[in-house]
Each structure stands twice: as structure tokens, then as C-alpha cells.
Ligand binder design. Structure first.
Ligand SMILES: NC(=O)C1=CN([C@@H]2O[C@H](COP(=O)(O)OP(=O)(O)OC[C@H]3O[C@@H](n4cnc5c(N)ncnc54)[C@H](O)[C@@H]3O)[C@@H](O)[C@H]2O)C=CC1
Ligand SMILES: O=C(O)CCC(=O)C(=O)O
Length: 414
């Protein structure tokens, strides 16, 4: 029987936050059976307890993978964020332990763009308020504060995958689109880039945020920025709750400076569907509040499940790290007749020569070697004809600056 790196039945996979069944199906199809699939996130204490014997973990935006969690995750090899954002993961803490992190950068972008466009139209027509009144037996038939989207200016902050997709959909509907981004980008269609956030805020009838959570975007919209917006404008945030100060936003809605808002992400979000949602925006008229579901469509979740599971499976089976958000990216060929060593180390001079010395001292002939580094970490993959014996593996572990090693044995050689 061929010897494998680590029997797949021993590789434990923990999937949290109701990651789509398509991920589980993909893992099963690839021979991974030891999967725990939970519908919610776990608090830190429960996560620390559970993660100790986990090799791969899959999360969405809620689960916090911080330094303390990584410190307990002694067997962890890879993290899959079944979403776009990776701000819930301490990427440095993962990197310094040789844990590769992956996400799904595109699979839910269309879902977010569609929701935002729908909200922009609803808010321009004052529908949330009219709908609420009708449910209470009222009848708010009026054209006041009710506008067509055609000819209005949509200002997009962050012109990446979502912002650019929103731009195309919005323009098809008759919006004039302007955008602000920290880097210069070619606009889609007739959309044009503006030079400053303030200019965008001053010119837009609808402002929509699509930036990641970064130090530069933290609380980027506060009282001053809201005051710069047009009287009667609409404000939409489906990016991250850390980007907008909620109190001044609530004040601007109450005072009538803004005509409406749609908010999908909040500075503090409930841990699960059973926890009460608290926000100063609750109860305000013409405000759409959604529970961080911008990317939550069945189509997006199914695609994300497939995409991220495939990345984790490929990394587990073959060592490929293409599209990892924290690791040096290496695309590796199959290794049917070779044994493969994955060596992850601090990116300091001399490690590769130490590894090669160990191999030569143990009579191991290299048939293929792949190396990629980033500013912190080096990732070297070495294929050989002969299985690495325990002595060679121990010597490789002892190489100074080693963070993690894995061996993937050929399925054709013993
Ligand atoms: N509500 C939801 O369910 C979802 C929310 N998101 C959030 O949306 C964010 C954006 O997603 P994508 O468009 O895919 O990201 P992306 O990375 O493709 O685009 C982000 C854009 O923001 C720009 N940017 C970064 N810092 C900036 C700054 N300080 N000022 C102006 N522009 C800046 C970047 O240059 C880039 O063009 C994600 O990071 C995530 O946090 C994503 C998916 C679903
Ligand atoms: O689906 C989720 O849990 C989070 C979606 C999101 O915010 C993201 O993809 O960044």
C-alpha cells in the first residue's frame, strides 16, 4: 500500500458559520471525511478548545482568528475565508506559524452590487418609510422626496471588484457614476474618477462604500464627511462596519440632512441569529437595515463553497498556494512519482542552503525545487525520488528559522 503524507481520514476540517454544503461535498469528493460542519461561529474560548486538533478551518466574516486562537492551533495548516474580507483573521499570526490563508475574492461581488443598486432605487423613492406605514394601516401616497435614478449621480468609494460591477449596473439604469479610489483606475463605461473623497461626497446624490477594512479606511466617514454630503442625499454601506461612524449618520438622518440610508455592516454585529441587534439606526425612517447579507445569496454561497474548498484541497494535496492572501504564491505540478517536501521558513538568508545540505547529507537527490518568498516568509517545495526518512525529516525540522514542514508522499511509490 502506498504511503501518504497524512492519512486523509486523520486530516480534521472544521467549517463554521454555515459554510455552504458545496464545500463539504467537495472535501468528500477529494477523500476528506473528517469534517465538522457547524451553523454558527464560536466564541474565543470554544474556538480555542476546538481548534487544537484541526488541520483546516473554514470561516466567514464573523469568526475572529486572532493571535490567541492561532497560538492554540498547533496542527493548523490552512484557513479558508468563505468570503471576500480577511480582516477577521490575524494574517501575521497565521504567517509566522506557516499557516496559509485563502479567500473567495469574486464569488459574491455580483450579489453585493445587485443589493446596493436595489437599495439605491428603494431609498430614492422613500419606499422603506411608505412600506412601514402601509404595514401599520397608513397610506403615504406622495411624490415628495421621491426621485428617479435616471440622471442622478452615484458616488462609489472603493472601485474594486464590487464598486466596478456596481458602476456598470448603475450606469445601465441611467446613473452618472463617479468614484474615488486610493489608486488610479480606469472607469467602466462613462464612469469617472474624482480626486478626493470630499469631492465625491459633495457631488453625489447616492454614496456607496466598497472599501476593505484597512487602517486607512477605519472611520473614514464621520461627522465631517457626512456634513460634506448633499442635502437630501442617500448613503449606503455594505463594506465593513468599521468604516462609518454610526452616531453622526443617525444624527444626519434624524435632522433630515440625509434622506435615507442602507446599512448592511455594523461596528458591532450579533454573533448569531439569536442575539439582539443593537444600533442607533434602529427605528429611523427611510433606513434599510440588513444583517450583513450583502453576499448572502444561494448562488454566491454555493460558488464560494466550491472555490475555497478547492483552494484548501489543492494546498493540502499538492502544496499550491496560488491566490493565498498571506503566503508566497507557488503553482505546483502534480507529483505522481515524487515525494514532496513543503518547507516554510522565515525569509532570512541561508535557510535554503541549510535545507539542501540536510538533503545531501541524507543522500536525497532533488528532482524539482520551487521557491517563492514574500517579505516575511520563504516557501520552498522540493520533489525527490526517495521518501524522506525520519532522520532527514528531523534534521529539516531543526533547520534554524523553520516555521512548518509538511511532506506529501507520492501515491505511486512506497
Ligand atoms: N456586505 C457583504 O456581505 C460583503 C462585504 N464585502 C466588503 O466589501 C469590500 C470590498 O470588496 P471588493 O470590491 O471585492 O474589494 P476590492 O479589493 O476588489 O476593492 C476595494 C477597493 O478599495 C480601494 N481602496 C482601498 N483603500 C482605500 C482608501 N483608503 N480609499 C479609497 N479607496 C480605497 C482599493 O484600491 C480597491 O480598488 C470587502 O473588502 C469586504 O469588506 C465584500 C463582500 C460581501
Ligand atoms: O458572507 C459573509 O459572512 C461575509 C460576506 C463578506 O462580508 C465578505 O465576503 O467579505
Amino acid at each position: 500500500m502506498a504511503k501518504t503524507s497524512l492519512d486523509k481520514s486523520k486530516i480534521k476540517i472544521l467549517l463554521l458559520e454555515g459554510v455552504h454544503q458545496s464545500a463539504v461535498d467537495n472535501f468528500h469528493a477529494a477523500g476528506y471525511e473528517n469534517i465538522e460542519h457547524l451553523p454558527t461561529s464560536l466564541d474565543e474560548a470554544a474556538l480555542i478548545e476546538k481548534i487544537r486538533d484541526v488541520h483546516f478551518i473554514g470561516i466567514r466574516s464573523r469568526t475572529q482568528l486572532n493571535e490567541r486562537v492561532f497560538a492554540a492551533a498547533e496542527k493548523l495548516v490552512g484557513v479558508g475565508c468563505f468570503c471576500i474580507g480577511t480582516n477577521q483573521v490575524d494574517l501575521e499570526a497565521a504567517l509566522k506559524r506557516g499557516v496559509a490563508v485563502f479567500n473567495a475574492p469574486y464569488s459574491n461581488t455580483r450579489s453585493v452590487a445587485e443589493l446596493v443598486l436595489a437599495e439605491a432605487i428603494m431609498l430614492l423613492r422613500g419606499i422603506p418609510e411608505k412600506n412601514a406605514r402601509a404595514h401599520q394601516g397608513g397610506w403615504l401616497k406622495s411624490a415628495s422626496n421621491s426621485h428617479e435614478a435616471r440622471g442622478k449621480t452615484l458616488g462609489i468609494v472603493g472601485y474594486g471588484s464590487i464598486g466596478a460591477q456596481l458602476s456598470v449596473l448603475a450606469e445601465a439604469l441611467g446613473f452618472n457614476v463617479i468614484y474615488f479610489d486610493s489608486i488610479t483606475k480606469l472607469g467602466m463605461g462613462n464612469a469617472s474618477q474624482v480626486g478626493s473623497l470630499v469631492e465625491l461626497l459633495e457631488r453625489s446624490d447616492v454614496v456607496s462604500l466598497h472599501v476593505p477594512d484597512l487602517p486607512s479606511t477605519r472611520w473614514m466617514i464621520g461627522a465631517k464627511e457626512i456634513a460634506a454630503m448633499k442635502q437630501g442625499a442617500i448613503f449606503i454601506n455594505a463594506s465593513r462596519g468599521s468604516v462609518v461612524e454610526i452616531e453622526p449618520l443617525a444624527d444626519a438622518i434624524k435632522s433630515g440632512h440625509l434622506n435615507g440610508a442602507a446599512i448592511d455592516v455594523f461596528p458591532v454585529e450579533p454573533k448569531g441569529n439569536n442575539e439582539e441587534f443593537e444600533s442607533p439606526l434602529r427605528g429611523l425612517e427611510n433606513v434599510i437595515l440588513t444583517p450583513h447579507i450583502g453576499g448572502s445569496t444561494l448562488e454566491a454561497q454555493e460558488n464560494i463553497g466550491i472555490e475555497v474548498a478547492e483552494k484548501l484541497i489543492t494546498y493540502s494535496d499538492n502544496g499550491t498556494t496560488i491566490t493565498s492572501v498571506n503566503f508566497p504564491e507557488v503553482a505546483l505540478p502534480a507529483h505522481p512519482d515524487k515525494h514532496r517536501l513543503l518547507h516554510i521558513h522565515d525569509n532570512v538568508p541561508g535557510v535554503l542552503s541549510q535545507i539542501n545540505r540536510v538533503l545531501s547529507e541524507n543522500g536525497i537527490n532533488i528532482s524539482g525545487q520551487y521557491l517563492q518568498t514574500n517579505d516575511k516568509v520563504g516557501y520552498v517545495v522540493i520533489d525527490v525520488d526517495k521518501a524522506y526518512g525520519p532522520q532527514a525529516l528531523e534534521a529539516l525540522k531543526q533547520v534554524e528559522h523553520t516555521l512548518k514542514i509538511r511532506t506529501l508522499y507520492s501515491s505511486h511509490n512506497s
